[in-house]
Every structure is written in structure tokens, then in C-alpha cells.
Design a protein around this ligand. Sequence first.
Ligand SMILES: CC(=O)SCCNC(=O)CCNC(=O)[C@H](O)C(C)(C)COP(=O)(O)OP(=O)(O)OC[C@H]1O[C@@H](n2cnc3c(N)ncnc32)[C@H](O)[C@@H]1OP(=O)(O)O
Ligand SMILES: O=C([O-])CC(=O)C(=O)O
Length: 378
Amino acid sequence: MSQAVAPRGLEGVVATTSGICWIDGDAGVLSYRGIDIHELAAKSTFEESTYLLWFGKLPTSAELADFKKTLAASRTMDASVVEFLKGLPKDANVMEVLRTTVSLLSITDADDVDSTHDANVRKSFRLTSQIAMIVAYFDRIRKGKAIVEPDMSLSHAGNFLYMLSGVKPIHEAERAFDVALILHADHELNASTFAARVIAATLSDVHSAITGAIGALKGPLHGGANEAVMKLLYQVDAAGADPVTYVRDLLARKEKISGFGHRVYKTEDPRATHLRRMSKDLGTAAGNAKWYEMSEKIEGFVKSEKKLNANVDFYSASTYTTLGIDMDLFTPIFAVSRISGWAAHVIEQHDNNRLIRPRADYTGPAYPAPYVPMDDRS
Ligand SMILES: CC(=O)SCCNC(=O)CCNC(=O)[C@H](O)C(C)(C)COP(=O)(O)OP(=O)(O)OC[C@H]1O[C@@H](n2cnc3c(N)ncnc32)[C@H](O)[C@@H]1OP(=O)(O)O
Ligand SMILES: O=C([O-])CC(=O)C(=O)O
């Protein structure tokens, strides 16, 4: 091939145009449709931010009311899907459950393989509600508890916490979770979103694209890092170790510390600023700032030793733990939020599609290699 090979991992490669999310990695700026994430975290809701991502502008109050109504009305699931969840092994990996169930959902979806703009939007509403339902239903089922039916009067964040615990959340918990959902909603061409766009660009359907995206999010270099962070905190705690000594040993063994580093941000991830504060405030309010304090020590050390900043996954671990959420739900919860961004990108891709099909720089045996007869092979 005569063309230059793109950098490993496509670092710095601009692979598409998009009007959804703008990041300045050097300045630590993240914006949805140009609106700064700090402003959205302070003033918006998950529903409003999702409207912004999907429709490109902030909604009027009537549009927002309509949006919320449609999203709440989408909290339904075919009985066969609920039966499927009940039949799964109780110790199944929740991301695998989510990936497989989202794939199954397409079979019962009213729009199925219709990939027109309007059908894509309808499917996005349903998937946004249903991904949250799958996670909550399966968590209840695996714990031998009765499933909690959705409450259409609650917000997306409130309903999810309610379906998980069976108790209507207090305002502080609902707002903290809502902000976490806003912060995780979109992030330009991250690996799972890119995967979704590649799938959508074959003119395959929304469910196929989201199934692939969930598979990509699961990996520990991407969304799976939030669970890995909590595993580390539990390990330090169980060993009764000093967090800094523990992490220093990991680095000496050339291990990566989950929740640190980022392909795009060369400074503080603006989402980590909020999650750090939430972790501290929630921990202090609960009278248990242990996980926050441990995280803070690790952050200080990794920053000074490796010049690496905490990313979105680092403080979400202690935040979710303080909210009483199990560690293996952290990455599924990332999907509960990121479906909004994935959907926006799939809609944008279908609205102005061209197949995504790059080339590989071939490094195998020189052409033409001989086809050696079986008897002559060693
Ligand atoms: C929602 C998200 O997806 S946010 C990211 C979540 N992922 C994680 O937290 C996993 C830990 N972090 C990482 O693995 C990386 O920082 C990534 C995957 C996020 C970014 O990866 P890349 O841009 O490819 O950077 P890469 O992995 O090449 O790292 C560059 C250098 O920094 C080091 N480094 C990067 N992250 C870390 C880390 N978390 N701990 C220790 N060292 C690290 C690498 O070892 C490498 O060092 P070297 O040049 O001496 O070999
Ligand atoms: O953008 C990335 O590479 C990863 C990330 O932070 C995200 O998906 O939120």
C-alpha cells in the first residue's frame, strides 16, 4: 500500500464529521452540542441532555414534557424477554446479560429492521428505557427478589434506582445519579460509539449497533474500568494495605491502574471533577468517606508518579458504591447512560451514511505465496 499507515490505535485520526459532541483534550473541555458539561451537570437532567444529544437543541418546556412522557411510556418489555432474564444463570456477567438481551429485544421491537429516521428515534426511546429495566430486573431476579415494575411518574434516574431497590430514592441520591448519567451520556468517538457507527454504517439496525457497542464498552480499557477501580479499592481494603504502597507495587510490576489515563484528555477529565466531589459529598453525608479517602490517596500518588489524571471511571466507582450499588452493575450503568450518546450517533450516521471501511497495511507473507501441496508441508 502506498498510503501512510494511520497511527496505532488510530490515535489522533479524525474518522468522521459529527455535530454531537466536542472535546478539547488539552484544555479539558467536553461539550454536548457546544454546551459545556459543567453547565449541563449543574443545570440539566438526563432527559434534557438526551433531548439535546438527539435533536441538536435544548427543548422548550413543552418539548421536554413530551420527551419525558414518551421515555416513561417506553418502560415496557415483552413478557418473553422478562422470562428470558429469569431463565439466565444467577451468576451471569451483567454486561453479557445486557448485551444478549438488547440483541433479543430487536426481535420483539415494533420497528424491527426499519431504519428510517423516525423509526430510529422510536427505537432509541425504547432502548433508553429498556436498558435501564434490563439491568434492574436482572439484579432483582439474581438476588431472588420480586421484580419492581417501573413507575412512570419518576425521572429516568429515579425510576432506575427505584426498580433496583424497591424504594423511591431520596432527592439527593436521585440528583447525584442523574448527574452521573448526564456526565456519561456521550463522548465523541470513544471505542463503543465508534463500534456502533461502524455497524450502523452497513445500514444495519439500531439494536445491532447498540449490541456491538455494549460489547465494546465491557472491556476494561473502556467502560469496564469503573468495576476494575472498585475491585482495586476492595483489594487494598481487604489486605489492610496502605493504598499508595499497594499501587506503587502494581506500577512496579508494570500493571496499569484502572481509572487513570485517557486517549484524548491530556489534563483533568472534566467529568472526574464532578465525580470526585460527588464521591466526597456522598461519602461524608453517609458517614463513610473511606472509599473517597482511599481514592484520593491513589489519585495523588498516580498523578505525581506517572503524570496520569483520573478519568471518568475513577471516582464513579466510589460514588456508586456509596449510593449502595453493586460493583458489577457499574459498567451496565455506564450503558444505562451512554445509550443516549450511542443512539444520537447511530441516528446521525444513518441520516448521512457512507460505509466505514478502512484499509490494513499488510504485514503477512509476500504475495504470491506458494500453495504447498499437503504431502510437501512440514
Ligand atoms: C470511559 C473510558 O473509556 S475512560 C478510560 C478507561 N480505561 C482505563 O481507565 C484503563 C486504564 N487506562 C489505560 O489503559 C489507558 O490510559 C487508556 C486505554 C485509557 C488510553 O490508552 P492509550 O491512549 O492507548 O495510552 P497507552 O495505553 O498507550 O499508554 C501510554 C503510556 O502511559 C501508560 N499508562 C496509560 N494509562 C496507564 C494507567 N492507567 N496506569 C499505568 N500506566 C498507564 C502506559 O503504560 C504507556 O506507557 P509506556 O509508554 O511507558 O508504555
Ligand atoms: O472517549 C474515550 O475514549 C473514552 C471515554 O472517556 C468515554 O467513552 O467516555
